[in-house]
Design a protein around this ligand. Structure first.
Ligand SMILES: [Zn+2]
Length: 161
């Protein structure tokens, strides 16, 4: 069976910045399951999956445009400390905090903490980075009608309701 639209694909991955250290991996845990063709994963990664079969390994390189976009200078902002979501004992440069925005709480990295205002970098941590995924396909099955209707995979490594 090959990966095509409405396949449920389980895979292991290692993620690194191109030429850099590993950032993230799920090799020691349950493979991640996604529903192919529904935009559940980064588009460039999804495209690279097409036609793979169980046991296949592949290295996929994604430019910032194919991944999390370029870094935006406008995403660096001074925000009142009271807009931070959650209580923090001490704010330190480099710390990742949650901040309330119109779109809900997002992660941001502290550039410069202050007593009342804090300068935050709200860029995605991978913004501006060329990413490399080493993927290994562990399982492929046809999606159920319910999964297709929901637009995501159910069960191990997928969505639980
Ligand atoms: Zn569902």
């Amino acid at each position: 069976m090959q990966i095509e639209n409405n396949s449920v694909v389980s895979f292991h991955y290692v993620l690194r910045e191109q030429g850099g250290e590993n950032i993230e991996s799920n090799q020691d845990s349950v493979p991640m399951a996604y529903l192919h063709g529904h935009g559940n994963i980064l588009a460039g990664l999804e495209d690279a999956m097409v036609g793979l079969t169980v046991g296949d390994s592949k290295s996929v390189v994604l430019s910032p445009e194919q991944a999390y976009g370029p870094r935006r200078e406008g995403a660096v902002q001074k925000v009142p400390v009271k807009h931070l979501a959650g209580k923090y004992k001490r704010l330190l440069p480099g710390m990742v905090v949650k901040v309330n925005t119109e779109k809900g709480a997002i992660n941001a990295r502290i550039i410069k903490p202050g007593k009342f205002m804090v300068e935050l970098d709200m860029n995605h941590p991978f913004a501006g980075k060329t990413l490399e995924f080493d993927i290994e396909i562990k399982a492929i099955r046809a999606a159920s009608e319910e999964e297709i209707a929901h637009g995501h995979a159910h069960g191990d490594g997928g969505h639980h309701h």
